[in-house]
Design a protein around this ligand. Structure first.
Ligand code: TA6
Length: 298
């Protein structure tokens, strides 16, 4: 039976919780209910926290798992049904949830795991420009593995359509040596070439800026990291799309919160509902986007 320690910490302007057990350590910010780092004892970090991260209210931290909701990326690139939900002015990238303070609903031990529940009450009619009533919760389960479940329940009486992602930043020894498996043969949208649809040949190796939406993804994807002799496995449900992103040299230089060579040590695989895989919630309906993150010797 694991024993957990929960401490509060301040990082810049952000309230955070550091949760540790004899097996792992997790850092979570109240803003965005954002996991900032996750490391298992005796292993390099599993989730990446930028060396130059900025901990400021209203700015998502370049780290861990930002929650993109109720739209992913540029709203204008979303289907009309998602765009129509927003009535505000300039739509922020990746939605409204990642830069707002969530409420910690509870922390409880369940067997050898710790369950940490967050909610965003503002999603029930009080998000700027988004006048819908959705009960939004994020459940984080820290056990031998890390599990995240983002649930949306439509409490209103009209349908609501969302896109979303658990925008996970994984830590790798060197992205140029790493590969992603599980996407072989899949169709993807190449956002860097005018959003053209292409087909993946073999596993994905990285040799330049990468920003792709994979379609009809299977439930298991993995990152093989030969230098750290590690395989990170993502097991998802409630998702048929995944975004894979690495900014590489030039884009990284443009990001104030990433070191110029920071791109070498990270790789995003985002468990998502994007492109034509949006979620339509009828009144009373709910949906859960889940991912379980585990690692093993490769
Ligand atoms: O998920 C990939 C992506 O949408 C990229 O296009 C890239 O801009 C990245 O997310 C980070 O976005 P952010 O708004 O956090 O800088």
């Amino acid at each position: 039976m694991a024993t957990f320690k929960v401490e509060t910490e301040q990082h810049g302007e952000l309230n955070c919780w550091r949760i540790s057990s004899d097996r792992a350590e997790l850092l979570i910010a109240q803003q965005g209910a954002q996991i900032l780092s996750y490391q298992r004892v005796g292993e390099p970090p599993l989730l990446w926290l930028s060396d130059q991260a900025i901990f400021r209210q209203g700015k998502s931290v370049r780290a861990g798992v930002p929650v993109c909701w109720p739209w992913f990326g540029n709203l204008q690139r979303n289907p009309q049904s998602v765009q129509a939900m927003y009535q505000g002015e300039q739509a922020p990238a990746h939605g409204l949830a990642r830069t707002r303070d969530w409420q910690l609903l509870g922390i409880e031990e369940a067997g050898s795991a710790l369950r940490i529940a967050f909610g965003l009450p503002e999603a029930q009619g009080n998000l700027p420009g988004w006048p819908h009533d959705v009960e939004l919760k994020l459940l984080v389960v820290l056990g031998d593995e890390l599990e995240l479940s983002l649930s949306s329940r439509n409490m209103g009486n009209t349908p609501v359509t969302i896109s979303q992602a658990l925008h996970s930043y994984f830590a790798v020894s060197d992205v140029r040596q790493a590969r992603v498996e599980g996407i072989e043969g899949l169709a993807y949208i190449e956002t860097l070439a005018d959003w053209e649809q292409r087909q993946q040949q073999g596993a994905l190796n990285f040799a330049g800026e990468t920003d792709r939406i994979y379609l009809n993804t299977p439930s298991t994807l993995s990152i093989v990291d030969p230098h750290w002799s590690r395989r990170i496995t993502l097991t998802s449900s409630g998702s048929r799309s995944a975004v894979i992103w690495n900014p590489w040299t030039e884009r990284a230089k443009e990001l104030a919160d990433m070191a110029d060579d920071g791109w070498q040590r990270m790789l995003c695989i985002e468990t998502a509902n994007v492109w034509d895989d949006v979620v339509e919630l009828r009144p009373g309906a709910s949906h859960a986007l889940r991912v379980r993150i585990s690692s093993a010797a490769a």
